[in-house]
Design a protein. Structure first.
Length: 308
């Protein structure tokens, strides 16, 4: 599988050699990439379960700037603030309107809006906000003046520690589900588009099994799945996402070109191509690629094997 992973990214022409792999192999390959992606995209919430001194220092500095307080179990201030603590980005906002404006420059994992606590997950640039608790359910937080808190303010430290640990796994699982859906959607989406392109434009189903064709294109789209994983991790801006996306499609284009060449060579061998110049170019290309895919000993695209 690791050899396939290498070939799918750096040697897409070699993917043809994997066309007869059984269904269980493709399933395990898919699960390997998906689990790898979910572990990477969910790593931040596993980094720590206790407040560090650096967390407490950044938290108190941010809260001092807010000049807010908890009054009647509600965050009261004229501005929104955020800070990182225990591997999460946490925000405080006085009301929904203020938070919508704040969300344009910040992407917190948890937010206190007025008296309620919410968890946020993101699909691309869209935030999904879910209410998870209320401030009144946490003892010691009511009446806290943020302009006077220090790194040793026990009530504040206990509140942050308690609610982040309480909802850590809930947040991680929901976030993993959103990321899994995003990875699967783009991986199978690109595969399906490529598959239909080969069927409609080149009628590839007349020259090879459709199951093998779909399988090869699915393997070639591994780079697209990895691209989605790393954009989820890094949060890259839109222009760079577009540029990286084009690079991620290169293995798919390379495999399509290789399949097209094999179709043309088959047609040439059957005397279906009459253009002598085209036949000469095809023969030159065939001679050139023989060394590249020399490990593919069986050159019959309709060979026996599982046809999922």
């Amino acid at each position: 599988m690791f050899k396939l992973l290498r070939d799918s990214i750096f040697r897409p022409k070699n993917i043809i050699a994997y066309r007869a792999k059984p269904f269980w192999f493709s399933l395990l390959y898919f699960l390997m990439i998906l689990v790898f992606g979910l572990l990477l995209t969910s790593i931040k919430p596993f980094t720590q379960t206790k407040l560090t001194y650096e967390d407490r220092l950044l938290m108190t500095q941010a809260l001092h700037e807010s000049k807010g307080k908890i009054e009647d179990n509600k965050y009261v201030s004229n501005k929104s603030v955020s800070f990182n603590a225990m591997g999460f980005d946490i925000a405080f906002s006085p009301d929904a309107k203020s938070f919508e404006e704040f969300l344009e420059i910040s992407a917190p994992d948890f937010v206190v809006i007025g008296e309620k606590i919410y968890s946020l997950t993101y699909i691309s640039t869209r935030a999904i906000i879910t209410q998870i608790d209320e401030l009144k359910n946490f003892e010691g937080i009511n009446g806290l003046d943020f302009s006077t808190v220090t790194t040793d303010t026990e009530a504040l430290n206990n509140f942050i520690t308690k609610f982040t640990n309480k909802y850590r796994w809930n947040h991680v699982l929901r976030y993993a589900g959103v990321n899994a859906g995003s990875i699967i959607l783009i991986w199978f989406g690109i595969t399906l588009i490529s598959f239909l392109f080969m069927l409609i434009l080149y009628q590839a189903n007349q020259f090879m099994k459709v199951g093998q064709l779909f399988k090869m294109l699915f393997y070639s789209a591994t780079s697209v799945a990895l691209y989605e994983i790393f954009t989820l991790i890094l949060g890259i801006s839109s222009i760079y996402i577009f540029i990286l996306g084009l690079f991620a499609l290169i293995p798919v284009f390379a495999l399509e070109r290789q399949i097209k060449l094999r179709i043309r060579l088959y047609q040439m061998s059957k005397g279906l191509i009459k253009d002598e110049d085209l036949m000469k170019k095809l023969q030159e290309l065939n001679d050139k690629i023989n060394g590249i895919i020399r490990n593919d000993n069986n050159d019959n695209d309709n060979d026996e094997g599982d046809d999922e």
